[in-house]
Design a protein around this ligand. Sequence first.
Ligand SMILES: [Zn+2]
Ligand SMILES: [Zn+2]
Length: 395
Amino acid sequence: MKVSNEIINIFPEIKKWRHELHAHPELGYEEEWTSNFVAEKLESFGLEIHRGMGTTGVVGVLKGANASLGGGGNKAIGLRADMDALPMTEENDFSYKSKFDGRMHACGHDGHTAMLLGAAKLLSSKKDFDGIVYFIFQPAEEGGGGGLAMIQDGLFQQFPMDSVWGMHNWPGMSEGSVAVHKGSVMAAADKFEVTINGNGGHAAMPQATNDPVLAVTAIVQAVQQIVSRRQNPLDAVVISVTQINAGSGFNIIPQTANFIGTIRTVNPDTRISVHKQFTEICEATAIAYGCSANVSVIKGYPVTVNDIESSEKAIEVLSNLFGKDSVKTNMAPSMGAEDFAYMLEKIPGSYIWLGAGEGKSGCMLHNSKYDFNDDILPLGIAYWEQLVKSEMPLR
Ligand SMILES: [Zn+2]
Ligand SMILES: [Zn+2]
């Protein structure tokens, strides 16, 4: 891996920013301190700043050398980082640990923000590309749909771009390795809520009732046939029932029972088909037990689908930087979800995984002892820099 002297020179400063961000975690749509921090830095590099998009989102605009001379390329690309933290208490004990109970940068968004700021600093000092880079800092990735909020606020109308790019640090993959998927990379994350309506009564006289508890136990089993029998085993599907509620006493058959959970799919067509089968099985099984079912499947983040051509470009840039053998192109998608999916639904691009080091305990994402690996900051910055130069080369 070749890291330029320019990146080595700014590394101590970027690391300091990462630690400051880590110490000030903010939850989705509350990233006031963080967006101020980001905007101040971008402004100090001479970028044009747009604030308040999707509540706390920030966009920095950087025109390349030719463009700022009044001519230049008419191509534009977006690079995106997420700024939000998670509602959990940090169990680390280093000097820059979270200042707040119940808030923690446990997914490395502090690192993503620092890397994108580093790239903005580097590229603004040289402007050695031909076109426009939009640096997109989004709120509320962790379930809040901040990416969608920015799109609904006119992100792609106000800043038309040819492609959009994302990156997530990936514990469990070695430092200096990366993964690029040609197609699906993260799952759709949908939620279901099902209520079974029965007919309650005395637990000693079941013949006079329609027992919704028995119906629920059957339905929870029956929906697993979607995964094991109804869908292609090579096309990943997860259905997890995570909560069941029913009843108020040992001798009462309740009137209703309900359960909730999540459906994960990595193919947009499969997603539609699983939702349909899930609803049918819940309704039909409830009827078989003398009950009825009210089923709602609430759509969460869509499948994150990389554009194949963009992924091939990313692979080329990364192979030059990291070496061909360090670029994994055949990894299975993750069943986790990512709201960069909404951006990739609108604009072609690619979302890559940047190896963060192999899994020593406590370093996995969303763990209370997680900390972003500072050693990969230069690698992420180098990727952003080379991607911009390769997408919009100076002529
Ligand atoms: Zn996360
Ligand atoms: Zn994350």
